[in-house]
Design a protein around this ligand. Sequence first.
Ligand SMILES: C[S@@+](CC[C@H](N)C(=O)[O-])C[C@H]1O[C@@H](n2cnc3c(N)ncnc32)[C@H](O)[C@@H]1O
Length: 389
Amino acid sequence: MHFLALAARGTLDAVAAECRALSLKILRVDGDGVHLDLSWRELAKALVHLRVAQRLLLELGSGPGDDGETLYLSARRIDWGEWLDARSTFAVYATGDTVPPGKRENGRPFAGLTDLRFVGLRVKDAIADDLTRRLGRRPDVDRRDPQVTVVVRGHQGRWTFYLDASDPPLFQRGTRVSPGPAPLKETLAAACVDLSRWDPRQPLLDPMCGSGTLVLEAASKALGIAPGCTRTFAVERWPQHDKTMTRWCGEERADAVARARKALTAPTLRIRASDVDPWSVQATQRNVQEAGLGDVIQVEQADATRLGPQLQGTLLLTNPPYGERLGGSGVTELYQQLGQSWRGKGLESVHVLSAHEQFVESFGWTPLHGQRLTNGAIEVELLSFAPPA
Ligand SMILES: C[S@@+](CC[C@H](N)C(=O)[O-])C[C@H]1O[C@@H](n2cnc3c(N)ncnc32)[C@H](O)[C@@H]1O
């Protein structure tokens, strides 16, 4: 079966690398993500182990759609009865390119599809009509807690229909109890850890840790703790597959938990997290405990502009306030102080995830590399620096 491991902007290489590391069969890699050929058993493995991919979607088919009618006909070509039964609840989400109005090759005008909510409604109608004809009953739409989530993605007037096997999205690991005011998505934090090229033998520090997402992802990856080992996935609720997939996902989870327990018996990592804000320190401590990483990650209250001397060989990975969510005043002054105070401390490298256009200028170090990413709706960049002499 054809699945798409969705990659957020800037994370495609990391998603492809994690698919290869799990020995998943890659069909192709394109702008959206990594296309995979997976059995149901392999799907369970991918769901439990993928760290950077956003979602895993099962591709059902695709077709043209330059107005409501042609889109509806394309959606009707799918055998929805294979995936939903008369008692299923479902929801439809549409994303991607809309279609402006225009003329077909035969000169006939078409209205275009300029509103993604309308796209979702037309596909919902096609699914409901198909199931009513096959099963004699219209299934219920439930946007809050659907059993089956249908995703429709548009690209240049073609629409591809998927079922979301992961729902809720894979960034929801199920272990964060205290989110903090500006948390990173776990999938983005995992991508940052990969991009920083942190070697688990070297010390790692996040001196502006917020709720601790970066250090939690780093520790889990280094210890091989599967990100999906404590949560369930939509495919386990699909009417046609619930029992088999619940068993297989359950086996993957149990195996992952056993391996995590073993890894936690003798952790050798040197990971520290700190924040100036006591509430953030508490949030990180709670999240670290919940993830079972209390013996692995040291958490303390500290000002990032006054770091202690014990930083020789440390990789510093952090996400300072952008000013957008945490209040704008004084962030450039903070960046300047960070740039001055982190010199001469013996740091091996510094990686800063920032959305602030004046970060580099204020920080005063020349980046070796920058990778553009997105944090929800915010465009961010992971900037990598070698400390100046
Ligand atoms: C964008 S948030 C980090 C969010 C974090 N990556 C997460 O996923 O939760 C920035 C953090 O920097 C902290 N901060 C701001 N100024 C600081 C300073 N001088 N020293 C240490 N932490 C500071 C804030 O308290 C806040 O928790």
